[in-house]
Design a protein around this ligand. Sequence first.
Ligand SMILES: Nc1ncnc2c1ncn2[C@@H]1O[C@H](COP(=O)(O)OP(=O)(O)OP(=O)(O)O)[C@@H](O)[C@H]1O
Length: 642
Amino acid sequence: MTSNPSDKFDLNKVAGRLNPCRKVRVVAKIRGYRETELGSSKTVPWISVNKSEGTNNVTISFGDQSASRKEPYLVDYCYEQKEDNAIIFSREVKPLITEIFEGNNATVIACGARGSGKTELIQGSSKKPGLAVLAMAEILSRVEENGKSVCISFYEANHQGHVCDLLDQERPEVLLFKDRAKVPKGISQVPVKSISEFQKLFFSRWTASKAAQKIAIEHPRRSHTGLIVHVLSQNEKSDSVHMGRMNFVDLAGYEDARRRSSNCRISVENHMINKSVHAFLNVADALNTNWGHVPYRESKLTYLLRDSLGGTSKLLMVACLSPSFCQDSLYILNLACRATVLDSAKKMKRSQLEPDQHLFERKASGTTSAIKGRKLFDKASHFTKSEKTSFLSRTISTLETSMPQEENSLEDVTKSLLPLSLDISFSDFGNDVESKPAVQKDITVQSEHHHEEQTPRANSCSKALSLIEEGQNTNKENNSSAVNNDVSPPLSTRLRELSNNLKSLYSSTPLSMKIPEDNDALFYSQVPRDIVEPRTPTTELRVRIDDRWDATNVQSPWETFSMHNSGIKNSLVQEYLSFLNTANKEELKRLKGVGEKRATYILELREESPEYFKSLDDLKDIGLSAKQIKGMMKKEVGELFD
Ligand SMILES: Nc1ncnc2c1ncn2[C@@H]1O[C@H](COP(=O)(O)OP(=O)(O)OP(=O)(O)O)[C@@H](O)[C@H]1O
């Protein structure tokens, strides 16, 4: 490892581009050499750390980086081999403990390649305690002074996303999705009064779980392990109430799934573990970039921890790096620090290229929505006033069905209308290919504009509409026009037109669809980041299709037909999933795209979870892409008419 202040790369230049809205602090930790590594070729340094004076930021570059990536990775800090857990604790974790006693939540996540020192960092050893043990000692000492109490929970999340309670001998599964309570049902909370009591529990349960994962050499069980420290205070009735929560998460080691194992099951497990690591990093990325939507539901672990990740919670992500060459370390660092630099244009581009699950879903649903939206908007210009209400309902319905994973509130839907409207404005020019960069540019301008907006309580929909009008940066507009100048009217004219259309539609929206005022502040992430948590919408806000169609007094045969179509589509999907969950091997093989291997694997998955297939997305676990799933469904439906 070398600290390299004379690196040609200008750190100050990059540090100036640091994203100021970040919620997540990203630091790296380079693992010390193991005894077995000392004296071998593995001690050849391949990581360079550049700590420039005068900036708080650090860049990391790797020996073999020149070919793939010229820019070093920018992190908030990099702890080198000589800097131990005690230093990381006092600099990074201690300030978070103060937050807990002020009523906030905090999370420390260790991510990295396999064997990169995550467990050593979080758990440590009896000689060198890890961050969790050091934090617990500090919390217990503060609790004594403040008259509070402490409980702990341990859990393990396996590759299938099942979360087990490690403090219960029977290791029951923690129920997450059935309960909206802040503390998930089924997870034990055991009171702890002293550090020795904690260590006894911690080392017996956590260590046993980690050891079990590592001992099985043939088929190591890989899973994420987590500790929750609940700080409780007492209210007037002497009931214990949650004050703050501190989480420590030791994510399962990342290993490139493309390094195929001869064992199909291990490859799948690898793939699924990586998927959940991506889910965590996607959440961190979304929090950092202040996206309106944070994909907590991508994995059970992120859903379990959602209250300790969003809102005023603080998140520290430690990317653990192997000191000797490790391709997986490069990959994980790349993901961990992708939101540290403010470069919206690059982000937009990346979001269209990366195969990460949520990004993929966004793009997929966005494209479908855009096409449907375009058709609907074209029709909208010919609507009479009385038809506008039902048009808006149908637009919302279309958007809802094209985003099946989420429970969409009207807010979400309206948010979706913005990019749609932009898309329409360009594609209407009949220049799809060339218009793409311009669309990206313009969306970027709009999102930057949102961050500046500081009025959290304005009416959401009007705000959205005015944002369309106001989000027209003249320079960018001119650039966009330059791209399309031979065929298109100025962007502002098109946007104003769309804005007016939306306004008139909104004004004719029935009262039953009024947005609750309390949620106005959630709309768009331009509100100060410390106040608003980008939350997954709650069920209460969900507008049920039936209610909506009743409310808008649907009369048109086309509308009734569309409504029935979406019902038929849903029931077909349900039938298909139920078939996958119940059919025998021979029957499964009659499905398009399912041969001997897939059928066997489906049965294996069902052995572990009887109702494994809950949505079409679960078919990705048997190696099908979204495109293949769609194709399969089309074929199955098409055959009904043969
Ligand atoms: N600072 C250090 N100095 C010396 N050896 C270390 C250090 N940190 C970790 N190790 C050793 O490196 C090995 C891997 O460490 P550890 O188990 O913490 O990695 P991990 O990232 O948790 O692995 P996995 O992904 O398999 O869970 C262990 O043998 C550990 O003793």
